[in-house]
Design a protein around this ligand. Structure first.
Ligand SMILES: [Fe+2]
Length: 279
């Protein structure tokens, strides 16, 4: 029987996410150091759960009507981020994929009446919210098969939560150890100025979110998520957070929590939290 081996809330802020910033001490500012160091620690957590495949829901892989699950057997390309070419340019990636798991996830979504697409195309690109956390921190060796899932604008939080549940079900039936990564901010009221923090009120809400997550209060958190997302303008409406909660709530696993860091980026709040399956 397969399992959801771990679930990870991670960060893709471009300034945290260059090789130089991570490992050669060229941070743009000390304000970014805690999250950078947290991401390095989260990379060790990902290694610790020994995932056979990682499913990632990035806030920058955006679809409008269907949920897209990328089952391409090999994700190979070179990324220059459209919205930050000065920070992320020419980053080569070459990850295996997992067509079988992606197809099973899409089949489960279709069976429940969701509009969804299974991509299988060597030209389907990876976005920077996927490449940067994975290639710079979480799987630098690029050995673990990767299945990107889009954040779909037509999905409300319930639908995103359902996709998380389907993922946990498919993981259980897969005979694989499946990792899940939610790549996105918590509060997300963007302003110009990379080092700017969220307001004190939004920081407090972010901290409450992380405390509930760390304490395993997933039901409570799911009940509060719509209000949290609306008040803090959570990235992509909190869709990635809903999928994360659906996955951990559906899983039979209990999780050990590690809260590694919190930091700002252009007014947004960013948590690095790992939930490692206990068995
Ligand atoms: Fe983002």
């Amino acid at each position: 029987m397969g399992i959801l081996a771990g679930a990870f809330l991670t960060v893709h802020t471009p300034r945290y996410c260059t090789y130089e910033a991570a490992f050669e001490g060229k941070l743009a500012s000390e304000v970014f150091r805690p999250v950078r160091d947290g991401l390095v620690k989260q990379g060790r957590d990902v290694a610790e759960v020994r995932a056979d495949v990682v499913v990632i829901n990035s806030c920058h892989l955006i679809s409008t009507f269907p949920t897209v699950v990328d089952g391409t057997p090999r994700h190979q390309g070179v990324l220059t981020a459209q919205e930050a070419p000065e920070l992320i340019h020419g980053v080569a990636y070459d990850y295996p994929g997992d067509y079988e798991l992606a197809a099973a996830l899409v089949a489960r979504g279709k069976a429940h009446g969701h509009q969804c697409i299974l991509a299988n195309d060597i030209h389907y690109p990876l976005d920077y919210g996927t490449v940067m956390p994975m290639a710079c921190y979480l799987d630098r060796a690029q050995r673990t098969p990767l299945v990107p899932v889009s954040v779909c604008l037509s999905n409300d939080l319930d639908e995103c939560f359902a996709w998380g549940r389907y993922l946990a079900q498919v993981a259980r039936e897969s005979h694989k150890r499946v990792g899940f990564v939610a790549s996105g901010s918590v509060s997300h009221k963007l302003v110009r100025g990379p080092e700017r923090w969220p307001s004190a009120e939004d920081q407090e809400l972010d901290h409450r979110f992380a405390r509930l997550l760390a304490d395993g209060e997933y039901e409570k958190l799911w009940g509060w998520l719509p209000e949290f997302a609306a008040t803090t303008k959570a990235e992509m409406g909190g869709r990635h957070l809903a999928m994360l909660l659906g996955a951990v709530l559906e899983s039979a696993q209990r999780f050990t929590s590690r809260v590694h860091a919190y930091g700002p980026s252009s007014g947004s709040g960013n948590y690095v939290v790992s939930l490692l399956g206990r068995w």
